[in-house]
Design a protein around this ligand. Structure first.
Ligand SMILES: Cc1ncc(COP(=O)(O)O)c(C=O)c1O
Length: 402
């Protein structure tokens, strides 16, 4: 076993398991305040240098106890609907609240107008339906556009520009809607696009060209352009200079305020999932370690995206002497985190530390099979850990009945 694991997801703990972690309950999520602050500073410095505004996309990270760490660097929050909009308004007070939803409901609009400052609509029909009320309430109104420019191959599940996508208005859809309702453009204060996922700024530059080609004639009349999320700005090696050129281009060509709404970049490599081995079984050539954490329940992106979380001191299958399949304890045959290799076979009771577990985890987990929700802890800059939230049987039961 190497003395130190130097990969970025483990930088916050110096590539070692801190001794006091042996006493922590498992499974638990451990959110690293120092790493969050470092991400915040990178984003805040970008905003200061360029004049763009950066929002936290709460769908990726909504552990609001730690919003005060990010808030000084951000212009506000981005929400996917009513509840996240309210959370942002309540927990990052005094900052902007932006919301985008693929379709809003009639019965939520009045309350949404209470919490949100910017409301982005997905279709001309939704814009026509709710835009006038939003404008009358003094809100900034936007339309999500689809530049029909895929910059990722083979990942249709997270490509909003995939053929037949429901996300964003294409130019053809817009032109058809305006032909029917010529007053539509007057409702708009801004345009929004979100097409990237964990990408570098070269993909943004290509996308911005497509936005300019398809919607450039609309942009001079806009106050703002929101470039969505998916910018991996805080990843080491990310090309910040190209991002800055994209921002400057939008500011210069269309005189708009540029918004970015990253989720991952805000909390990248800022959390861990601690889990213990419960059992090790051998089936033919396959060794399986069953953990007290579940892919299906506690890191659903492992199955949905699919995503392979980094594991401290472990390598890809076959790289080290002992390859082991790590799996959860639920009934789902596919509750598998992945095949990892170790210097020696993990034993029941061993502590395993997954990295980059602050994003799309605590806000996405579930209690399938009656699995307990992991406690959420915070790790302060001095290394001390405190419990933010523990869960029990009641949290499982309360969602299922009276
Ligand atoms: C509209 C919108 N904005 C922002 C984000 C945040 O993306 P990421 O966490 O990849 O930065 C998403 C993610 O799906 C999104 O759909």
């Amino acid at each position: 076993m190497p003395a130190v694991d130097t990969r970025p997801p483990f930088a916050a703990i110096g590539g070692r398991v801190p001794g006091e972690w042996a006493a922590l309950p498992t499974p638990c999520y451990l959110l690293d305040e120092g790493a969050l602050a470092r991400n915040g500073k990178i984003l805040g410095d970008l905003a200061a240098r360029t004049g763009c505004k950066v929002l936290l996309a709460q769908k990726a990270f909504s552990n609001y106890d730690l919003y005060p760490i990010l808030a000084p660097y951000l212009a506000g929050t981005e929400a996917s609907g009513l509840y996240e909009a309210r959370l942002g308004a309540e927990e990052m007070p005094g900052k902007e609240v932006h919301v985008f939803c693929a379709a809003y409901r009639d019965d939520e609009m009045a309350e949404l107008l209470r919490w949100a400052d910017h409301i982005v609509f997905n279709s001309p029909a939704q814009l026509a339906r709710f835009g006038p009320a939003a404008k009358a309430a003094g809100k900034s109104v936007g339309l999500r556009v689809n530049p029909e420019c895929s910059t990722q191959e083979g990942h249709a599940i997270y490509d909003p520009c995939a053929p037949g996508s429901r996300l964003g208005t294409t130019r053809a859809q817009w032109d058809a809607a305006v032909a029917q309702n010529p007053a539509l453009p007057q409702l708009l204060d801004g345009l929004h696009f979100h097409t990237l996922c964990e990408q570098d700024s070269d993909a943004l530059a290509v996308t911005l060209d497509a936005v300019a080609a398809k919607f450039g004639d609309l942009l001079p009349a806009m106050k703002w352009l929101n470039m969505g999320g998916g910018h991996h700005i805080t990843r080491s090696g990310y090309d910040v200079a190209t991002l800055e050129r994209c921002i400057a281009r939008a500011q210069r060509d269309w005189d708009v305020t540029v918004y970015l709404e990253p989720g991952e970049a805000c909390a990248l490599n800022a959390g861990f999932l601690l889990t213990r081995v419960l059992d090790v079984v051998h089936n033919g050539d396959t060794t399986v370690a069953i953990l007290d954490a579940s892919a299906a329940c506690h890191m659903p992106d492992v199955i949905e995206m699919p995503y392979r979380p980094p594991l401290l001191f472990a390598a890809d299958a076959g790289e080290k002497p002992c390859t082991v399949r790590l799996a959860g304890p639920t009934c789902l045959a596919g509750d598998v985190i992945g095949d990892y290799s170790f210097d020696a076979e993990p034993q029941p009771g061993d502590l395993l530390v997954f990295g980059d577990m602050a994003i799309y985890t605590t806000c996405k987990n579930n209690t399938f099979n009656g699995m307990p929700l992991p406690a959420i802890l915070a790790r302060a800059a001095d290394g001390s850990c405190r419990v933010l939230k523990e869960f029990g049987y009641r949290d499982f039961k309360v969602r299922l009945g009276h």
